[in-house]
Design a binder for this molecule. Structure first.
Ligand SMILES: C[S@@+](CC[C@H](N)C(=O)[O-])C[C@H]1O[C@@H](n2cnc3c(N)ncnc32)[C@H](O)[C@@H]1O
Length: 150
């Protein structure tokens, strides 16, 4: 299991009923970790590569078969999620968020539930100084975490 992705998912602080959307899920490793704490929540993961989605769905077959997770082949730019809304939307190392961060965030913010948040993670640049070696991923969160009743 990737420690990098485990660290990412820990930072999401997934709650049992969270609705979670992952953009660019690759092999679906983070999606596996997101599914663990979910009870009523239902994660959706998308990737533009059919090969990646096949691998991710295979990896998470038990969750898919139980109707607890969905894996969709789609480009973020063309993704149609209808009126679905999410408490947490995240992307790890997805090019559009590097190249055109404002555009990427503009797209995903449409799908945020009230109080939801977007998390974007990047790797450190090559040759990064030792200072950030222990902080390998940077998070950008938009909006306040959903308020929950105690
Ligand atoms: C570098 S990989 C990262 C995979 C995974 N998030 C990880 O960190 O291991 C980027 C993934 O994002 C997908 N991707 C890139 N641009 C995308 C877009 N515009 N819409 C959907 N998926 C995209 C790629 O197909 C690839 O699987």
């Amino acid at each position: 299991m990737s420690e990098r992705l485990r660290s990412v998912v820990e930072r999401l602080d997934v709650r049992p009923d969270d609705r979670v959307l992952e953009i660019g899920c690759g092999h679906g490793v983070a999606a596996t970790l997101v599914c663990e704490p979910l009870e009523g929540g239902h994660p959706i993961a998308v990737d533009s590569s059919a090969k990646m989605i096949q691998a991710a769905a295979r990896r998470n077959a038990a969750h898919v078969e139980a109707g607890r997770a969905e894996f969709l082949v789609a480009n973020l730019e063309n993704l149609d999620l209808g009126d679905r809304r999410f408490d947490k939307i995240f992307a790890v190392r997805v090019g559009l968020f590097h190249r055109e961060p404002e555009r990427a965030r503009g797209i995903v913010e449409r799908w945020l539930a009230p109080g939801g948040a977007v998390f974007v993670f990047f790797d450190p640049p090559p040759g990064a100084s030792q200072v950030i070696r222990h902080v390998p991923l940077r998070r950008v969160s938009i909006g306040e975490p959903r308020k929950r009743e105690l």
